[in-house]
Write a protein that binds this ligand. Structure first.
Ligand SMILES: *[C@@H]1O[C@H](CO)[C@@H](O)[C@H](O)[C@H]1NC(C)=O
Length: 227
């Protein structure tokens, strides 16, 4: 598929040519396909809701736009923190796509075991995959080497209904609602509000008890002085 945007073009063999650095980790924006981002730097610095490096998943359908200034929060389907920077261990990402379910796991702590990172169900990718890797940096730069990329075909049993599922041409997620995030919101979340209230009430209770004890002592002392 020949696609085009301001900075990058694909030729007929799908090789990407960029005239300027491309905005989405070195790739074009409004891309079509599954994007897995290993982001080492927070751009939305007001939002301290996650620790970087952060690995995230996005499904591009040609119109969805990755928002660089919000580190892609608006289009993110899932993700996790993964310490892939300056690591003394080899770091691994595992992506499994089977029966419309995408599972992302990481192994970055040198323990040789997979840790769950994200799971997206109802995800539909067209067939005919191309795999690619790209990167870009602003002012800060590190060396990150992609040592290998291994691809396996999974053998799965399918029910007749699953065999008859429609083949999509544009990637999509069946239930986009589950991922809707309101990044504008700067106020407290329900849970934060609950704990703030709880601790306020507890604090007041403690103050009241201390006050009563002190008042009792003061009264006692006063009585002793009078009699
Ligand atoms: C891409 O996804 C968005 C959000 O679900 C939707 O509004 C838009 O219509 C989709 N575009 C295409 C080409 O399917």
């Amino acid at each position: 598929r020949l696609s085009k945007n301001l900075f990058c073009e694909r030729d007929l063999s799908s090789t990407l040519f960029c005239l300027k650095p491309c905005p989405v980790f070195g790739n074009m924006n409004q891309f079509v396909g599954l994007g897995l981002f290993v982001d080492t730097y927070p751009n939305a610095d007001k939002t301290h809701d996650r620790t970087f490096p952060y690995v995230s998943v996005m499904l591009g359908n040609g119109t969805l736009t990755y928002d660089h200034d919000r580190d892609g929060r608006t289009t993110e389907l899932g993700g996790c923190t993964a310490m892939t920077r300056n690591s003394i261990y080899d770091t691994f990402l595992l992506v499994r796509y089977s029966k419309n379910k995408l599972t992302l796991m990481v192994d970055v702590d040198g323990k040789q075991e997979w840790r769950d990172c994200a799971e997206v169900s109802g995800l539909r990718l067209p067939t005919g995959y191309y795999l690619g890797a790209s990167s870009v940096t602003g002012d800060l730069s590190d060396n990150h080497d992609v040592i290998s990329m291994k691809v396996y075909q999974l053998t799965v049993e399918r029910t007749p209904e699953e065999e008859e599922e429609e083949v999509v041409t544009i990637p999509r997620v069946d239930d986009m609602y589950q991922f809707q995030v309101d990044v504008e919101e700067e106020g407290m979340s329900g849970l934060q509000l609950f704990f703030t209230l709880l601790f306020s009430v507890l604090g007041l209770a403690v103050l009241a008890v201390v006050g009563l004890v002190l008042y009792g002592r003061w009264k006692e002392n006063k009585r002793k002085r009078f009699y």
